[in-house]
Design a protein. Sequence first.
Length: 224
Amino acid sequence: MRQVEESAKNVDLAIEKALTKLGIARHQAEIQVLSEGGLFKQAKVRVTKKQTEGEVAAQFVESVLEKMGLTFVVEVEENESDARLELTGTETGCVIGYRGEVLDALQYLASLVANKGKEGYKRIILDTENYREKRVEKLQTLAQNLESKAMRIHKPVKLEPMNSFERRIIHSALQNSENVTTVSEGTSPNRYVVIVPKDYSPSAKKTERKKMHKFVYRSDKKRR
């Protein structure tokens, strides 16, 4: 039930009755006074429950997927800080896209729609078939493997471009490493993470190459 009409001796009492029946607070409602009441007439109001940010996002996502020719059920779990939308359907590959690009784009657009005109900001998270958690696990494993590679070759290792969420996972996975540090370089959408051995020194490498070049030159000069 999203809307009720209630009558009482005055408008305030009618509103309270309607809010109680809907089980919501006043700031969660849209209130329309149908009658102020009078000596022999009760006041009457129509109270409508406002859509939450999660509900707005879910409605938007369902609309977009329908236009794409896809049928999905969107379930919402919401609290004060974020709303998680779980998409259930048969063509999840189309919704996820290459490395989650479609899912990320839908999430970004749903977030814009849900927070439009709002004073605060509620984080909108889209997921399907537990893709987000699986992706986090893959990135954490990748970070550990590339840490080992950086130590083995004793050079920085550059990852492919990633969005900010995925870059944070790499940084977080290696933040307590005793062997490497991580830095983000480049500009969006081509910003990427570099894993750098802690004892790596570019200047030392340059100096070593210069000494080697000088030694070769002198050796050649002596032969002449």
